[in-house]
Write a protein that binds this ligand. Structure first.
Ligand code: ADP
Ligand code: ZN
Length: 727
């Protein structure tokens, strides 16, 4: 007998693969699934997890139709989450399966957590009493169940005492629900007394949450003004309403202090979500978020794909931070996607920053977002006095990078028993090593980037691909011994110079490549906050969010560093980073100072920071962007074509360009060899698509890719809508 596929119940299932649509599967008799069900399906020779999707199935031949292997005992993915996956796929031009893949990254969480064994009192009593036994009986008198080890620990007895009682029938085994990953936060636990500005901002947020529905509020407040305290009020309102909350943070290193702060306010920690979590914890968080047992998650951008049961608020802290952009597989900006997620879910979003992105500011000015402003630091804390140090007039001594003015300021700070931060956004010892005899420069064999010397490790490293080699004694080109020179500074070199000037000071160097990873980093950050260092030398990692009460001087070693990289956001980024880093000073009442070493003291960015007139800076930048038709007044997309040979990459990039439809509102720039022309052995060419604000840039790119020949051989295309990086 032959079966027609229409006789069977078939459903579309989205699998975590770069496929353009869901695949059809049959539902075996006795199994029930609905859109959103998480299932296991055969895919070629493998079995994968997938999500039953919406809409009709594509046509399949009956003999090719394979049955769903298993329907997991898991709450179905909600319609708003499925629309979110579709939306991102459409917007970023990614296969929907690759977006769904981000949601399915907790394989064992699809099954309920196993119950845990517990002990509960029976009516029986032991044959003989001892002091240890009576302590156990006292604890368990109320009839509540305990785990075996928990009980032994609480009663201060050995496990054998508990086992002995159990053997005598004093306890019976009962099965208990798995423990929650975090306790339930209490919105009324420790509400702060707000200042007048804070109170009106908090009231606005509370109203947004209470009335419900979609809306975006930008909290624009100087560093230390209490933005966190204020958005906690929105969190409290959402919790009171019985909704879950997601707080996005840009940096894992920050999460730790944040968790404690949250606990002080709500009596319990939020669940964490980021790549450093142990796999088991990750899966438990995923499951408990789906079940609604976790009420608040503090996480990195990937937390947007957690299967919340009743999400009612997303907060994006440091919303301007470039770390929210994912540039791998699915290219998306988590800040923007948070707004989309809230829109689809019909609930409010809060964006917070001391230096909002131009995009968010313009949205607020145009009335698309509401904006609350906190102009002053909390309590007696005052913003630091800011000055530029003109390196043309007062340069550092020979071979050094710290000007006399900065050295003197560090001296004064340290002698008062206060802390100084020297900021340089460059890891390692020196960004370039060359041979003084033949001029040979050390370059990565697989990338077009110079190798960065890391002296602590004794290595030359590529910051693009991770390639590392030992720093040789002799030049590999001309063979001359001991004539290699380090050019330019990284934080390690600044540390060396600091040590020469301040041999007795306690210094700490912080950068993301530090040995010991996140754990060590957290300890160092805590040590700094406790005042256990006099001078801190760090990369952008120390610029963000931290609260160092005793820090009264911030010296920016090279304020010009970010300005010259051809990125349309270079000025904005530099302004944000320098404002953030100087904002580390003066968190308490003490007088504080920020010094910017620069060769361009008249540059608008330096002037804006030194004068404190950020409004003027934003206005100027906004006008520039509008004039040039750049975001948010126009739209950009990057297309990167890469291949094993330069010829293939260039050839395909040109073919794409030729395939572009003719439209007045959309322009294709390039192809041009990318500034990073080679990464990991792949040659790269870039096209930039520039469009007016309302133009259908996705349709345009889709048409272009379709009309061009299919990429062959080693050729790959990456599409980056709203690019942040132009390398
Ligand atoms: P921001 O997020 O704007 O940098 P924070 O919320 O971190 O500011 O506040 C800075 C510091 O001031 C924190 O230590 C915070 O606990 C404290 N603070 C702010 N507002 C209040 C308040 N109303 N009551 C008590 N402490 C506050
Ligand atoms: Zn490399």
């Amino acid at each position: 007998m032959t079966t027609d596929s229409r006789d069977l119940k078939t459903v579309p299932v989205l699998v975590p693969m770069p496929a353009e649509t869901a695949y059809s599967y049959s539902v075996p008799e006795g199994m029930t699934v609905e859109p959103g069900s998480i299932v296991r399906v055969p895919l070629g020779p493998r079995q994968v997890a997938g999500i039953v999707w919406d809409g009709p199935c594509g046509p399949v031949e009956a003999r090719k139709l394979r049955p769903i292997a298993e329907a997991f005992d898991c709450p179905p993915v909600k319609p708003e989450m499925r629309r979110f996956v579709d939306w991102i796929a459409e917007y970023t031009l990614s296969p929907p399966g690759m977006v769904a893949r981000m949601l399915l990254r907790a394989p064992t969480a699809f099954e309920p957590e196993p119950l845990i064994e517990g002990l509960q009192r029976t009516q029986d009593l032991p044959d003989r009493m001892t002091a240890a036994r009576s302590r156990v009986l006292e604890l368990t008198g109320d009839g509540l169940a305990w785990t075996r080890s928990g009980l032994a620990h609480a009663a201060g007895v050995s496990l054998s005492v508990v086992d002995g009682l159990k053997n005598q029938g004093v306890f019976e085994t009962v099965m208990l629900p798995p423990r929650p990953v975090v306790a339930r936060p209490d919105p009324a636990y420790a509400a702060p007394a707000f200042t007048a500005d804070q109170a009106s901002a908090a009231a606005h947020l509370r109203t947004q949450v209470e009335k419900g529905g979609f809306g975006v509020t930008l909290i624009d407040g100087v560093t230390g003004s209490g933005k966190t305290e204020v958005y906690f009020e929105a969190v409290a309102a959402a919790l009171e309403k019985g909704r879950q909350v997601l707080i996005l943070l840009p940096e894992i290193a920050l999460t730790h202090a944040f968790l404690e702060r949250f606990q002080e306010r709500f009596g319990a920690k939020p669940a964490e979500w980021h790549s450093e979590l142990a796999p088991r914890t990750r899966e438990r968080v995923w499951r408990q978020v789906a079940e609604g047992r976790v009420r608040v998650v503090a996480g990195a951008r990937s937390a947007l794909f957690l299967p919340f049961r009743e999400l009612g608020l997303i907060v994006v802290d440091e919303e301007h931070d470039p770390a929210y952009k994912q540039e791998d597989r699915v290219f998306y900006n988590a800040r923007d996607m948070a707004v989309v997620r809230a829109h689809l879910g019909g609930f409010p979003t809060v964006l917070a920053s001391a230096t909002p992105s131009l995009e968010s500011r313009v949205n607020a000015l145009k009335g698309r977002y509401s904006r609350v402003v906190l102009p002053d630091r909390f309590a007696e804390a005052a913003l630091p006095e800011l000055k530029s140090v003109d390196l043309r007039r007062a340069p550092p001594g020979r071979g050094g990078f710290l000007s006399p003015a900065l050295i003197e300021a560090v001296q004064e700070t340290v002698s008062k028993g206060e802390q100084a931060l020297l900021f340089l956004n460059r890891r390692g010892y020196a960004p370039l090593t060359l041979c003084r005899v033949c001029g040979h420069r050390f370059q990565c064999p697989d990338c077009s980037s110079w190798l960065v010397e890391h002296r602590f490790r004794g290595q030359l490293m590529c910051h693009q691909c991770g390639h590392a080699e030992r720093r040789p004694e002799a030049c590999p080109e001309c063979g001359t011994l001991d004539h290699l020179v380090a050019c330019g500074p990284g934080v390690e070199r600044i540390a060396e110079e600091t040590l020469q000037h301040f041999p007795d000071a306690r210094t700490i160097v912080l950068s993301s490549d530090m040995m010991g990873g996140v754990k060590r980093l957290r300890l160092e950050l805590e040590a700094i906050a406790k005042g256990e260092a006099d001078i801190v030398i760090g990369t952008q990692l120390v610029a963000k969010g931290h609260n160092f009460p005793n820090m009264t001087l911030v010296g920016v070693v090279d304020a010009d560093l970010g300005l010259a990289n051809g990125d349309p956001r270079a000025a904005e980024r530099t302004f944000q980073l320098l404002s953030q880093v100087t904002g580390r000073a003066g968190r308490t009442g003490k007088k504080s100072l920020g010094l910017l070493q620069t060769y361009q003291p008249d540059h608008p960015v330096m002037r804006a920071i030194v004068s404190g007139d950020s409004e003027a800076f934003y206005e100027r930048e906004t006008a520039e962007r509008e004039r040039a038709g750049l975001p948010p007044f126009g739209r950009l997309a990057g297309i990167i074509v890469s291949a094993a040979t330069r010829g293939e990459a260039e050839g395909h990039a040109r073919a794409l360009r030729r395939a572009a439809p003719a439209t007045a509102k959309i322009e294709v720039l390039g192809p041009a060899e990318a500034p990073l022309a080679l990464i990991g052995g792949r040659h790269r060419f870039r096209l930039l698509i520039q469009a007016s604000r309302g133009a259908p840039i996705q349709d345009f790119i889709r048409a272009m890719v379709r009309a061009a020949p299919r990429p062959r051989g080693s050729v790959r295309i990456q599409i980056d809508i709203d690019p942040q990086s132009f390398l």
